[in-house]
Design a protein around this ligand. Structure first.
Ligand code: PGA
Length: 255
């Protein structure tokens, strides 16, 4: 059975004080959530303070990125050990904004995934096609390249300790959401890729989130799809009530 995992990606929003406030609101809002795994990803700067707020609650802590080296001359970067020390559970890796603006490649995604896993944290591996890629019939080849790249060298046991976020780039922050059918088709394709790599049992056990303008109004329809196991939420995660409005429809869904 797969877990429904719903994570709020706060991106470059909220000061430390604002992050602490929002985290406290999410903790309060999610206190009765039982079956959904809920996580929030503040900026690096706010992680340590937010860790104190979520400690002992049912809200997990996520980071928005990581570097693959342990330490050294990598100005501006943060290592996996540093994240681990303050109690990070999930690390978002390969977000399309990282890929588009900061030179993330399938190879760096793979290095980050391995490093995060070696310390017992769970990577949320982001994949997804641009509008041009979809329009020119490259959806499947892009997803295949991204999945094969991210999982290169990972065993079936390693793969079981990953989450995927399928995020069509054209739906991120645009207000345009993939239809339930479009999203389900892409998710089923990704699960098929995992089955090719690791067999059915592993493929059926990996949670695949949808991301891209997910909000309370469309969450129930998306989450009801057979292969959609949660969400990676940007804009709608910046307010506790709209974030809860996405989490609630995920309760009691068995996949
Ligand atoms: P959005 O962002 O919900 O604002 O579209 C999703 C994401 O980038 O993870």
């Amino acid at each position: 059975m797969r877990k429904i995992v719903i994570a709020g990606n706060w991106k470059m929003n909220k000061t430390v004080a604002e992050s602490v406030k929002l985290a406290a609101e999410v903790v309060a809002a999610a206190k009765d959530i039982k079956t959904v795994t809920v996580a929030i990803a503040p900026t690096y700067l706010a992680l340590a303070k937010v860790a104190e707020v979520v400690a002992g609650s049912n809200v997990k802590l996520a980071a928005q990125d990581v570097h693959w080296e342990n330490q050294g001359a990598f100005t501006g970067k943060v290592s996996a050990d540093m994240l681990k020390e303050i109690g990070v559970d999930f690390v978002i890796i390969g977000h399309s904004e990282q890929r588009t603006y900061f030179g993330e490649t399938d190879a760096t995604v793979n290095k980050k995934v391995r490093k995060v896993q070696s310390l017992g944290m769970t990577p949320i591996i982001c994949i997804g096609e641009t509008l041009d890629e979809r329009k020119s019939g490259q959806l499947e080849s892009v997803l295949t390249r991204q999945v094969n790249g991210a999982y290169d060298g990972l065993s079936g046991d390693d793969a079981l300790r990953t989450v995927i976020a399928y995020e069509p780039v054209w739906a991120i922050g645009t207000g345009v959401t993939a239809s339930d059918d479009e999203a389900q088709q892409a998710h089923a394709f990704v699960r098929g890729l995992l089955a090719t790599l690791y067999g059915d049992h592993v493929a059926q056990s990996i949670s695949i989130q949808y991301g891209g303008s997910m909000k309370p109004e469309n969450a129930a329809g998306l989450l009801a799809q057979a292969d959609i196991d949660g969400g990676l939420i940007g804009g709608a995660a910046l307010k506790a009530d709209s974030f809860l409005g996405i989490i609630t429809p995920g309760e009691s869904l068995n996949k």
